[in-house]
Design a protein around this ligand. Structure first.
Ligand code: WTA
Length: 650
């Protein structure tokens, strides 16, 4: 890796080598070291993971590293530990005064917690939950904005063995209701409101609507955040600030001894069909994987300030704001608000204010900020940065280069990290001190991860040939099942090839670098958020004017993909712009603003096979403007394509 950053004009051949001084201070210093450890991890996965697992603190050591229980994988069975203990108590013994969490709200009135202070808050919250009758194995639903109480309540759950289920605060009451009904939560933690762009979002009001239809919820704990007026239902709703004043609330709470395979959390994510599915992660394997990936991929140092812009309502926040950083004793920076409010320099100013060293964000944010021009970042120093990361969708080389040159000043490697809610942590990514980077490629698999691209018949794809991305062997951070639906787990992920099917298409180039191309299913990535076509379609169809609807993605400069909806109205409804607007608002209310279609085209008919199946590839070709419909001879009404093309929304 001698070369200091070389570029060439050809897209596919641009390679950026790690700088010498970066590599010299890294955990993995060159590709030879990576290759040797990777080989060991693949040939001896159980020894590899057992060695790594001894970096955690166990109350009792495991008996078996890995067991396949009829297609359900169990890691570290017989072992007992506590995730919260590994995140807080363990680090307090090393340095209780080290900063654990920095919180930057929209107002700029930041708050910080040392490891010792964070433990105290977590213990108090844990005791409050216990007082409300929450026990090991109970589900706690969390519907909070990006405030410190969000990670605090998650860690409090982990401390007492409750299973948390966080719902992104941008979701509507319907989405919250669906998730609570599926998770069976007994208690809901929410806030009186949240701030975004100085506006207040009425979280508690949404929660009230949702829990009308969720009889299992016995208590609601409300955090005061926005001084927003809320309705308090006596005997059910409590202000958190009142509960912690109760004399019985102690500053310490004994961590529960948890079996390695006890449930840690449920996180709902969109799949191919129907409602979102509850991805289940368990204790030890998830924690170990979050801890190890964070350590190696962000090459974390004691003095690092790690700034991750994700919302904790998504897996990135779970693994790389909460469990990864804290289990490594790192300092993490979380913010509330949006990247462009009040000005498009919000991130750059936060980086300078706290001298953040590692910055982890999404391509959609990079594209949006690049569009605002270089003057915003150029007004800031950004000299504290040493490493950059991206996640959530493929990054186009132009955005990558902007990030590299304008934000990283050609000094900072970029880790393009590929992973999923289901994978628990990063599976494909550069190691920043070792891996030569190619803009747009997530590069190479992490230790213990055997990734491959297969053709439909299960044979291995050739170099640069697209196919299904699969993971051949289990890894500790993988999902264990789908909550309430083990059959769906087996069917979705293992039926096609008998190994983990990611749902992404990818290709591998001649250097064995992975290039993620997109989803193979009906999941759409809008601004990095995972949206299921089925959810948006059923929301559209639930509107009284709509008979039928189909949605497809189309390329969008900033969001990566946006939603194009084809809508067939019921007889007697007029096709009007105001109805389009109403439909957009309808989806926004029912699912959430992130799922709102950007374009709606009214159609008299959708392209269907003779058996009545909607042919989405045709709709996609129309929306994308490629006109590459593929075979259309099986269409019941072939002229529908021409009609739809004519009515296309540009
Ligand atoms: C996509 C987010 C390309 C992919 C952590 C995956 C990516 C889905 C990348 C999971 C990346 C994530 N390059 N595509 N670096 N990272 N994806 O569950 O399609 O919200 O299947 O998890 O995001 O989305 P999820």
């Amino acid at each position: 890796m001698g070369e200091d950053y070389i570029t060439s004009v050809l897209k596919e051949t641009r390679v950026f080598y790690p700088l010498k001084n970066f590599s010299a201070n890294s955990l993995i210093k060159n590709m030879e070291e990576y290759k040797a450890l990777y080989k060991y991890s693949i040939e001896n996965p159980e020894s590899f993971w057992a060695e790594k697992a001894s970096e955690l603190e166990w109350f009792k050591k495991w008996d078996t590293v890995l067991r396949n229980d009829q297609g359900f994988f169990k890691w570290f069975e017989g072992g007992y530990l506590n995730v919260c203990h590994n995140c807080l108590d363990k680090n307090i013994r090393k340095n209780k005064d080290k900063l654990a969490l920095i919180w930057e709200p929209e107002s700029g009135k930041s708050k910080t917690y040392t490891y010792e202070q964070l433990l105290k808050e977590v213990c108090k919250f844990a005791n409050v939950l216990k007082n409300k009758g929450i026990k090991k194995g109970d589900v706690v639903q969390i519907y909070l904005p990006m405030i410190p109480e969000l990670p605090i309540s998650m860690l409090a759950c982990a401390r007492i063995g409750a299973i948390h289920s966080v719902v992104f605060a941008g979701f509507s009451s319907d989405a919250l209701k669906d998730r609570i009904q599926d998770s069976g939560a007994k208690l809901l933690v929410t806030a009186d409101g949240s701030f975004r762009n100085k506006k207040i979002f009425p979280l508690k009001d949404n929660a009230d609507k949702a829990i009308k239809e969720c009889p299992a919820i016995k208590s609601v704990i409300i955090i005061k955040r926005a001084k927003n007026k809320v309705i308090i239902e006596k005997g059910r709703d409590y202000w958190y600030s009142d509960l912690i004043k109760e004399s019985a609330i102690s500053n310490f709470c004994q961590p529960e001894s948890m079996h390695a395979e006890d449930s840690l959390f449920i996180l709902y994510t969109s799949g191919t069909t129907g409602k979102p599915k509850g991805v289940l992660h368990t204790q030890a394997g998830y924690l170990l994987f979050a801890q190890q990936t964070f350590k190696y991929i962000f090459d974390i140092k004691n003095e690092d300030i790690f700034f991750c812009t994700a919302d904790i309502g998504w897996i990135t926040g779970h693994s790389y704001i909460v469990y990864g950083p804290f289990s490594n004793g790192a300092t993490v920076l979380m913010y509330e608000g949006s990247p462009t409010f009040p000005k498009p320099d919000r991130f750059w100013k936060i980086i300078d204010k706290y001298k953040a060293t590692v910055f982890y964000t999404a391509p959609t944010a990079i594209r949006a900020l690049a569009k605002e021009g270089n003057s915003w970042p150029n007004k800031c120093r950004l000299s504290s940065l040493r490493l950059l990361g991206t996640v959530g969708e493929p990054i186009n080389p132009e955005a990558w280069l902007w990030y590299y040159e304008i934000i990283g000043k050609k000094r900072c490697p970029i880790v393009d990290t590929w992973w999923q809610t289901e994978t628990g942590g990063i599976l494909i990514s550069p190691l920043p001190g070792a891996t030569p980077l190619k803009p747009g490629s997530a590069t190479i698999p992490f230790f213990g991860i055997e990734a491959e691209v297969l053709k439909d018949d299960g044979s291995k794809a050739q170099a640069n040939e697209g196919g299904y991305l699969v993971i051949k062997k289990p890894w500790p951070g993988m999902l264990r099942t789908i909550w309430n639906n083990p059959e769906k787990y087996k069917h979705t992920y293992f039926e096609k090839f008998g190994m983990y099917l990611t749902g992404d298409s990818a290709k591998v180039d001649e250097d064995n670098y992975f290039w993620i191309m997109g989803r193979t299913d009906d999941v759409i990535k809008v601004a990095g958020h995972r949206i299921g076509s089925a959810e948006v379609e059923s929301s559209l169809v639930s509107h009284k004017a709509v008979a039928e609807a189909a949605i497809v993605p189309y390329p969008h400069d900033i969001k990566g993909q946006a939603i194009y909806a084809f809508v067939v109205l019921k007889n007697g409804n007029k096709k009007s712009d105001s109805l389009k607007e109403e439909l957009k608002q309808h989806v926004s209310r029912q699912v959430g603003p992130i799922a709102k279609p950007d374009k709606i085209q009214f159609a008299d008919d959708l392209p269907k096979t003779r058996s009545g199946k909607i042919m989405r590839r045709i709709l996609r070709a129309i929306a994308e403007g490629t006109k590459e419909y593929g075979n259309i001879t099986t269409l019941a009404e072939p002229n529908v394509v021409e009609v739809l093309e004519k009515g296309k929304i540009n």
